[in-house]
Write a protein that binds this ligand. Structure first.
Ligand code: SF4
Length: 893
């Protein structure tokens, strides 16, 4: 493994917000030998690390592709604006996390498109990755830029930036595409012919192989015909008929992801048939993962990651046929006693009482309900299968079980919406809140009910694909009224910023003419348009105007017989079915979920089907359904947690250097229990609704400062063989973390905070800054002056408040370092040459000196460029915080 000191970002990355996002090194990352792996793929996610690491598709592809011995798959994420700036200033490319290679060095760069507001980030990835923005400008040896994800089903606005798109389920197709691309490359086949070969694989759309024309009825450019016989029309999506094991290994131990838990996909697709929902249409039919496979995935994933929270995920988890037995089995499994179980449910009213009991047993979190519309009439229009009574009844059930926070999701601007429907959003929120308060056992217990209202965007491949979208002024007016009504009813309703929704409406049903608009907006500074409040609306309007395009032409109703910019992509569901559903919506007609009996309570084998264009095997579906419904529910005796009376406390000393120095203190607090669980240690948890691993940490270390000596105390079951335990720990750590020693603490041992009283640091000062002030002799003299000062007054600014302190009592020693100290800097992952200084300082209950302050004192109150390393934490007087073997009468490892 190359030292982190040689990483191209090592000299500046600690100055960037959340620097660990950009350098990898997590436990479970796959770093294969670059030169000896034939097919090299980078998954470049068009949003930041924190979002991308929560994305199930990335997780599936990373595992699938890395499983193939001839392939390596690495990750890159769109840099946040500070990192983009830093890279551009230094002329550095965006690098992959694993082997630190620029995107342009890979054979294939795969970009997952989860929503349209990432389009400008796609251009950032390509540009910083060293890849020409447009497919037509790419040379023979350039990577294949391959799109995927749900937005690839209507990709015309970004068609010019991609070489090809995988349509549908990508996990098998991506490997096939990458392998074919590299095989052809090795045979010397030209780029265009290679693209034609990809188009013939099926499930692959290559935009450059098609002619397009303006369609007057649609008012947009549409794909006309293929230019080559290999290019199919329509392009039919790829599907995975059966879901096998969900990947159980994925990098963990980096900075916090937005969904910092173990998510397991229990089903793909959805049978509810909500008419606004693209996922519910394009991922049909609903495919459930077998419950035994899910349990196996959960156990293996938890053992690998050390996580303590699982989320069972799908578009509608409450519809999973065997949810009750599955939840019962998971929550009573002996290995999962401390594990919190979540169901990422937007239909919590589908969960039965025992299942709700199981979910709340370990940890209570938020519950979300998505009635989407305030009135029953509008819920019929959108085909949302929930009545107000069902919603209120579920609210009573969950509040009685201890849930304290309920979130409601609504949409405004739905087809046929009236003022009464908008007002009903506020009224329904108010009734839910009243119901929740009435269901509390005690008046003192707080139950929080909040609602959010987003703006409806008509999405391609849904029954509402032809509907008009409300314009910006209308959205603002609806928001204004909701604010007034919400104030009257004293309810809390959050409205999403409208520009993002309208931009999403434009890009969702856009055509190829929007490519130059996206590029202009990006060049003018648009980034992260999907982030709330981030849309620079003026830039987008100016770009539209420059290309003589009108927003209204893209958000108005489309005649339902017109060819659309996505008609050439066939996602499985027929246009005829969508048209029928669109007409039923206008007649307020409800459609029952398919693949279930018409009456959910009946034992009938006859399942509902609308012949939507897919060819579901209803007999087989009925057979599987009946097996899963009759699966026995596990014994309901809860699994035992580790009892604190049987446990002991260990003190561990560890290094945190190189990449790990870029993890913050809170990252370590989050990761340490997972490290211990991965090593198989039975850690003790606190009691209550929010159990926490019982651990104590030493003083926080500044982000970016490596340390050769950190400490953590852990309460856990006694280890039979501590030496083996230490080896196990070091086998499962993120890069840069290494456990050095451990000792069992005597009862009532002082905590780390009480024990630690001093720290020793190495400070490397920039040689040119020292030279400019008179060289090493000046520095030596300066250190002497500081040490002989009786007081060192300093004005410290904390959150805008100034306080005058005397730093001198905290500085125990300040002197020139040695050549060996410079070697230690490099071992810690800090590149470059430095003039070394040793700092020994006190850590007291009243505080301590900060490194910045010491360096500023050295520079006569001017900042000197420097880097620092912590080398030791000790008791006051320099004694070790690890009890000695003699003191304990035990062996210290
Ligand atoms: S074919 Fe029938 S059962 Fe299958 S997804 Fe379509 S409507 Fe549902």
């Amino acid at each position: 493994m190359p030292s982190f000191a040689t990483h191209p970002y090592a000299s500046f990355i600690q100055e960037i917000e959340k620097p660990a996002r950009y350098v990898g090194g997590e436990w479970g990352q796959v770093r294969k030998p670059w030169d000896r792996t034939r097919v090299r793929i980078c998954l470049a996610f068009p949003d930041i690390f924190d979002i991308g690491m929560s994305h199930l598709g990335t997780r599936i592809l990373y595992a699938e592709l890395n499983e193939a011995p001839d392939m390596l798959c690495e990750r890159a994420f769109c840099p946040w604006t500070d990192m983009e700036r830093a890279l551009r200033e230094r002329g550095l490319p965006l690098l992959s996390l694993e082997n630190a290679k620029p995107l342009s060095a890979f054979h294939v760069v795969g970009i997952s498109l989860q929503h349209e507001l990432v389009y400008t980030n796609v251009l950032t990835l390509l540009d910083l990755g060293g890849i020409a923005l447009r497919s037509s400008e790419r040379a023979d040896s350039d990577p294949l830029v391959l799109g995927g994800g749900s937005v690839a089903s209507h990709p015309e606005p970004v068609a010019d930036f991609f070489d090809a798109f995988v349509i549908g389920d990508g996990e098998k197709k991506a490997a096939e595409v990458a392998r074919r691309w590299v095989e052809d490359l090795e045979r010397g086949v030209g780029r265009e012919e290679r693209l034609r070969h990809l188009a013939s694989l099926g499930g692959v759309y290559v935009p450059s192989l098609y002619e397009h024309r303006f369609d007057a009825r649609c008012g947009r450019e549409v794909v006309d015909r293929p230019r080559y016989s290999e290019a199919p029309l329509p392009v039919v999506r790829a599907t995975v008929p059966e879901l096998g094991m969900f990947p159980t290994r994925f990098p963990t131990g980096g900075p916090e992801a937005v969904f910092d838990r173990l998510s397991i996909e229990i089903a793909r697709g959805c049978s509810q048939g909500c008419r606004f929902c693209q996922g519910g249409m394009i991922f049909r039919p609903e495919r459930e993962r077998d419950p035994a496979t899910i349990v196996e995935c959960v156990l293996q994933s938890l053992a690998h990651s050390g996580q303590d929270e699982i989320s069972l995920t799908s578009l509608s988890p409450a519809d999973y046929t065997a949810m009750a037995p599955l939840v019962a089995q998971l929550s009573h499994h002996p290995s999962l006693s401390h594990v919190a179980l979540n169901v990422s449910s937007l239909r919590a009213y589908g969960l039965d009482d025992p299942t709700l009991d199981e979910i709340r047993r370990v940890r209570v979190s938020n519950l979300t309900f998505a009635p989407e519309a305030g009135t029953q009439r509008l819920r019929e229009v959108i085909n949302k299968n929930v009545t107000e009574e069902q919603l209120l009844e579920t609210v009573r059930r969950v509040v009685r079980r201890g849930w304290e926070r309920i979130k409601l999701y609504f949409m405004i601007g739905l087809p046929t919406e009236t003022q009464e429907d908008v007002e009903a959003i506020v009224q329904l929120t108010s009734r839910v809140r009243a119901e929740a308060r009435a269901a509390r056992e005690s008046k003192g217990r707080s139950v929080q009910v909040t609602a959010s209202a987003s703006t409806f965007v008509p999405k391609p491949h849904t029954p509402f694909q032809w509907a008009s979208m409300v314009d910006l002024d209308t959205v603002k007016e609806k928001h204004r009224r909701i604010v007034v009504w919400a104030r009257e009813h004293k309810v809390d309703i959050k409205m999403h910023e409208p520009h993002g929704s309208v931009l999403e409406g434009l890009l969702s049903r856009g055509d190829r003419r929007l490519g130059p608009v996206i590029e202009d907006a990006w060049r003018a500074g648009s980034r992260f348009d999907g982030w709330e409040g981030n849309v620079k609306w003026g830039i987008w309007l100016a770009a539209m105007e420059r290309h003589d395009l009108q927003l209204i032409d893209y958000i108005k109703e489309i005649p339902n017989e017109a060819t659309t910019p996505w008609s050439h992509i066939h996602v499985g569901v027929s246009e005829e079915f969508l048209r029928q559903e669109w007409e039923k919506a206008q007649r307020f007609k409800h459609t029952l979920p398919c693949l279930r009996p018409a009456d959910p309570a009946s034992k009938s084998d006859k399942l509902v089907c609308y012949h939507c264009g897919l060819d579901c095997d209803l007999e087989q579906a009925a057979r599987i359904r009946s097996q899963r419904m009759s699966a026995p529910v596990a014994d309901r005796a809860p699994a035992a947690m580790v009892a604190s009376c049987d446990t002991v406390q260990y003190r561990f000393c560890y290094e945190k250097i190189g990449r790990a120095s870029l993890l913050g203190h809170l990252d370590m607090v989050r990761e340490m229990p997972r490290i211990m669980r991965r090593a198989g240690f039975a850690v003790v948890y606190t009691q209550g609704f929010h159990p926490k691993a019982m651990m104590g940490f030493g003083p926080a270390l500044r982000l970016g400062v490596p340390s050769f000596e950190e400490y953590v105390d852990v309460k856990m079951q006694e280890l039979a063989n501590p030496e083996e335990g230490l080896a196990k720990l070091n086998a499962i750590c993120p890069e840069g973390i290494r456990f050095v020693r451990m000792v069992r603490l005597p009862d009532k041992a002082p905590s780390l905070v009480q024990a630690i009283g001093e720290a020793r640091m190495l400070l490397g000062i920039d040689p040119s800054a020292v030279e400019a002030r008179g060289g090493v002799s000046w520095l030596k003299e300066r250190l002497g002056e500081l040490m002989s000062s009786e007081s060192l007054p300093w004005i410290r600014n904390h959150k805008g408040k100034e306080r005058t302190l005397d730093l001198r009592p905290w500085i125990l020693e300040l002197r020139m370092g040695t050549e060996d100290d410079a070697v230690r800097m490099s071992e810690a992952g800090i590149p470059g040459s430095w003039v070394m200084v040793r700092l020994h300082h006190a850590l007291t209950a009243q505080g301590s000196v900060r490194i910045d302050e010491v360096v500023a004192l050295m520079g006569e109150r001017e900042a000197l460029p420097y880097r620092a390393v912590r080398v030791a934490l000790t008791k006051t007087g320099g004694r070790s915080v690890m009890p000695s073997a003699e003191a304990l009468g035990v062996e210290v490892l």
